[in-house]
Write a protein that binds this ligand. Structure first.
Ligand SMILES: Cc1ncc(C[n+]2csc(CCOP(=O)(O)OP(=O)(O)O)c2C)c(N)n1
Ligand SMILES: [Mg+2]
Length: 734
């Protein structure tokens, strides 16, 4: 471990210029001063109400320019945050492109008018789309670094392959690439910061964490966010890091720090932590006024550390530029910023019709017939799940056929990595000589590590945001992470990543970036003793997220075919596996072969009928079938049971066709009834099929509580076959 402590926060003379010639210093000044001028011009535009938001890099320019100059755009990878104008300018984003963001122009290359200004994106420069969420980007940076390392060790995985997502995800990687991850000091309080530090450290990843410490998180001073007021002190014991704490208003000292950090990372020694003390020269954003919470003395003191003014003085005092020459340069910069702004104000605005573009992949439609590949059940297919080759004809459980699909797809596609909590056979590989292996708490990933090795199949840390955040990083590089969240009940720490990053990155970047990862999640109750934290449902919370495909099969064959589509498609997929169905006798099937796929958005009529349509999915499918059987036998009610199989997209045509035939419909699910998935389906039926209905649309779901441990309570809380039977009989009689 190294430490290079060069400066504290008090103003000090600028550091030595060794290694930098006059031309380089002038170039640094040009970039810093141009960044400031763009900020100032944007502030004017905001005052004139020609733009809609402003946040500046003012005071951070020296640190940011130094970081850019130590790294290679289009070669290294960049995960900036919203204050990184000078960084992105120095990497190659033009002032015009910045003003296009500010006006929200159609050709704003970062987002096409979808994101606030200073939310960066450039595929060419390897600047990954920035969100407003503080700290999420650090986990993407970690996943990105892991992907780069994997690909440089397995370049053959990069071959484009027709017929799946690989056709559209071209890879570009270098063995000594570095990933820059930027963050403010306040945001280091987020768990995702610590989760990213953990993995970067443990795996010696080439990530430079750049901490832009301006002493404030909006109005909250550093000592509130950081115990002791200095983040460097808190992280000092993380292994494998190179640490540097610098005066981030000094570009020369900052550049030296980043050069050393990059050298450490490129040499494969581990990550680096560059903590730069900067100033926030303006308020947090245009919407904030720091006079409300900072003393005048404090603000004046910070003003003395303005990096642009200090470098200007230095260029003059060291005789690098005369004052008239600097004024000349500054006029040229003013002019450049003004012209770029004027041009951007004339740029065409986005068409309203463009709004739905890039919610999902425009390249590959998972509902298309290309995913309707035939089962080869009767052929000579063999599967080798768990390493044991088994005849295809024996009925297999959902757990078996999910495991078989994972084996098949990993064999076919070297870009797949599988990780999650407890999913490996054994992290201590040597134990595998004498033990069977764990392979997941439900054994769904059994044998994968043994067959594909620990580089592709590994246990994650116990942190769900880490699992999904890294998957975003892997996927945006063009790999296919298939991750497991151990229980749906514990998906919530990853919700931020799922909602604001995984599902959103394609839309917010106007199609520049995407994260088509697969998240497998055991879900649901009926476990007898599963209780509050091992029985949850909540699928409608995820179908409410644009950009995310949500799948919930009820049979072994559907699970196999839909998982294959999830893996091969180009969208992120939440793959919900009902724990109660993993080893049920219901829905067992023969192994269908390694090419069997089922398109999304195609429901299955699992029982035909003419009196009532019963729309359902998941664990309610076998329960609905049981009820439908009794309804017919005891009451002569013929029920058509529709298993939706995928929840987003869902098969409206099949629902509508059935309801037009039966004129009576019940939507049934395991989740709580209020605001549940059925509410949307019922509302749409009432809206669009009103004239076809002979009775009100009914819903069946759990009580509006959590699921209790005591079986008597669990039975009462969750919908039972008897509840469905009663509803069928009542609706027929309506
Ligand atoms: C997860 C999340 N919580 C809250 C916010 C609102 N917010 C935006 S910036 C900010 C302060 C960030 O401070 P710091 O990390 O020190 O960066 P700085 O703005 O000072 O450069 C907050 C609270 C957010 N964007 N994301
Ligand atoms: Mg701050």
């Amino acid at each position: 471990m190294e430490a290079a402590i060069t400066s504290a926060r008090a103003p000090q003379p600028l550091g030595v210029t060794e290694g930098l010639d006059a031309r380089q210093l002038v170039e640094i000044y040009r970039l810093m001063a141009l960044s400031r001028r763009i900020d100032d011009r944007e502030i004017v535009l905001k005052r004139q109400q020609k733009t809609f938001f402003q946040i500046s890099a003012a005071g951070h320019e020296a640190l940011q320019v130094a970081a850019a100059l130590a790294l290679k755009p289009g070669y290294d990878w960049f995960f900036p945050y919203y204050r990184d104008r000078a960084l992105c300018l120095a990497l190659g984003v033009s002032p015009y492109d910045m003003f296009l963001q500010a006006v929200g122009a159609a050709n704003d290359p970062a987002s096409g008018g979808r994101q606030m200004p200073t939310h960066w994106s450039s595929r060419e420069l390897h600047i990954v789309s920035t969100s407003s969420s503080t700290a999420t980007q650090l986990l993407h940076a970690v996943g990105c670094a892991e992907a780069g390392r994997y690909l440089s060790r397995h370049p053959e995985a990069a071959e484009p392959v027709a017929g799946d997502y690989r056709n559209f995800r071209h890879l570009d990687f270098h063995g000594d690439e570095v990933v820059l991850a930027c963050i403010g000091e306040g945001s280091t309080s987020q768990g995702e910061f610590w989760e990213a530090m953990n993995t970067a450290s443990n795996q010696k990843l080439p990530v430079i964490f750049m901490i832009e410490d301006n002493g404030y998180a909006i109005s909250v001073p550093v000592e509130i966010n950081t115990p002791g007021g200095n983040i460097s002190r808190l992280v000092a014991n993380f292994p494998n890091f190179h640490f540097a704490e610098v005066d981030g208003t000094d570009p020369v000292a900052s550049l030296a720090a980043f050069q050393a950090a990059a050298a450490h990372c490129r040499a494969g020694l581990g990550p680096a932590f560059v903590h730069g003390h900067v100033v926030r020269h303006y308020s947090h954003s245009f919407s904030d006024d720091d006079k409300n919470y900072r003393s005048a003395a404090e603000r004046e003191n910070d003003a003395l550390r303005d990096p642009v003014a200090r470098l200007r003085e230095r260029l003059i005092s060291e005789g690098i530029l005369t004052e008239p020459r600097i004024i000349e340069l500054e006029k040229a910069l003013d002019n450049e910023a003004a012209k770029a702004a004027e041009r951007a104000l004339e740029a065409p605005l986005p068409e309203v019709s463009s709004i739905p573009q890039h919610v999902y992949s425009p390249h590959l439609d998972p509902t298309s017939a290309s995913f309707a590949t035939e089962s080869v059940q009767n052929a000579e297919a063999l599967s080798s799940a768990n390493g044991a080759r088994t005849s295809s004809s024996a009925p297999r459980t959902m757990a078996d056929l999910i495991n078989a699909c994972l084996h098949d797809e990993m064999r076919r596609d070297q870009r797949i990595v599988v990780y999650g909590e407890d999913i490996a056979d054994a992290s201590r590989e040597q134990a595998l000589d004498e033990v069977k292996g764990k392979g997941g708490v439900f054994k769904l990933t059994a044998g994968l590590q043994t067959e594909f090795g620990s580089e592709r199949v590994f246990n994650s840390v116990l942190a769900e945001a880490n699992i999904v955040g890294r998957a975003v990083g892997y996927a945006l590089r063009g790999m296919k992470p298939i991750v497991e969240i151990q229980f749906f009940d514990y998906i919530w720490p990853a919700m931020h990543q799922i909602h604001n990053e995984l599902s959103l990155i394609r839309w917010r970047s106007n199609g520049d970036w995407a994260a088509p990862a697969v998240i497998r999640v055991p879900i649901g109750g009926y476990l007898t003793g599963g209780a509050v934290y091992h029985s949850q449902s909540g699928e409608s919370i995820f179908t409410h997220i644009p950009g995310l495909r949500v799948v919930m099969p009820s049979s072994a064959l559907d699970a196999n075919g839909l998982l294959r589509t999830a893996i091969r498609c180009d969208d992120p997929v939440l793959f919900l596996e009902h724990k109660r169905l993993y080893r049920e006798p219901y829905g067992r099937a023969a192994y269908p072969g390694p090419e069997f796929a089922i398109p999304f958005g195609k429901a299955k009529i699992v029982r035909p009928g003419t009196h009532i349509t019963l729309v359902t999915y998941g664990a309610l499918v076998p329960r609905a079938l049981q009820a439908a059987h009794h309804a017919e036998r005891l009451h002569g009610v013929q029920t058509e049971v529709v298993d939706l199989r995928t929840l987003n997209p869902y098969d409206w045509e099949t629902i509508a066709e059935s309801v037009r035939k039966t004129s009576r419909v019940i939507v049934a699910h395991e989740d709580m009834i209020s605001w549940g998935y059925g509410a949307e389906i019922a509302a749409r039926i009432a809206d669009e099929l009103f004239d076809d209905l002979d009775a009100p649309v009914r819903r069946i779901g759990a009580m509006d509580t959590f699921v209790a441990y005591q079986p008597i309570l669990e039975d009462a809380i969750l919908p039972q076959p008897q509840d469905i039977l009663d509803a069928l009989v009542a609706l027929k009689a309506y």
